[in-house]
Design a binder for this molecule. Structure first.
Ligand code: BEZ
Length: 212
């Protein structure tokens, strides 16, 4: 059955460019971005791996580890890594799982046979420090992902876990937030003493609480 939000991310042990990885142990107390690639030595994937390497300081700031996957063998991964550095200007600085036996791809339902029998689609999972799946995304092979959006969702999840707010459409760090509907105006007066702007009783905008 497909994995759903709130499910515990399945644990596994698999080979990677950083050696064998036991997933839950490797994740530790961090947030995790687990994402799959259709194949090694493919152009879109090459750009994505360069971009995630470039963004490492942003992931570090958010206590987040990245881990990629493709179904090719580890020897291919090692050869591909030098192409990524040469063409993207960033060497791979996170593990890439070598899932040639499809152990992880099957666990996470990353092969969609009606799209392609053997290659993984571009799946993304955001997993929190309790190992709960907090976001799933599936992109087609021909579309490179927008990792700025993944960072934006991480920011939203980390903010809304700490405060009784949600983030509106196209929200970015520093923008106003929405007081969640389960908070009464009476409780809101305590939580947000500086007040809020009520557009409708269910649509109350408040300054973004300070994220830690
Ligand atoms: C790519 O990563 O460039 C790619 C992979 C599979 C199909 C199309 C593009």
């Amino acid at each position: 059955m497909a994995l759903r939000l709130g499910d515990i991310a399945p644990d596994f042990t698999q080979e990677s460019t950083a050696g064998p990885i036991n997933f839950h142990e490797w994740a530790g107390d961090s947030w995790v971005i687990l994402f799959s690639h259709p194949k090694d030595f493919t152009p879109v994937c090459t750009t994505e791996l360069g971009e995630v390497s470039r963004l490492k300081p942003e992931f570090d700031k958010r206590n987040t580890k990245a881990i990629g996957l493709s179904v090719d063998p580890i020897e291919d991964h090692h050869k591909w890594v030098s192409d990524i550095e040469e063409t993207q200007g960033y060497g791979l600085n996170f593990p890439l799982l070598a899932d040639s036996d499809r152990k992880v791809s099957d666990l996470y339902d990353m092969v969609h046979p009606n799209a392609n029998d053997t290659l993984t689609v571009r799946s993304v999972f955001i997993i929190d420090p309790n190992k709960k799946i907090r976001l799933t995304l599936t992109y087609p092979a021909s579309t490179g992902r927008n990792f700025a959006e993944i960072l934006r969702v991480l920011d939203s999840l980390q903010l809304t876990d700490g405060y009784k707010v949600a983030t509106p459409v196209n929200w970015q760090q520093g923008n106003d937030c929405i007081i969640v509907p389960s908070v009464s105006n009476e409780e809101a007066r305590t939580l947000f003493p500086e007040g809020w702007k009520e557009l409708k009783p269910y649509l109350r905008l408040v300054k973004q609480p300070k994220s830690s």
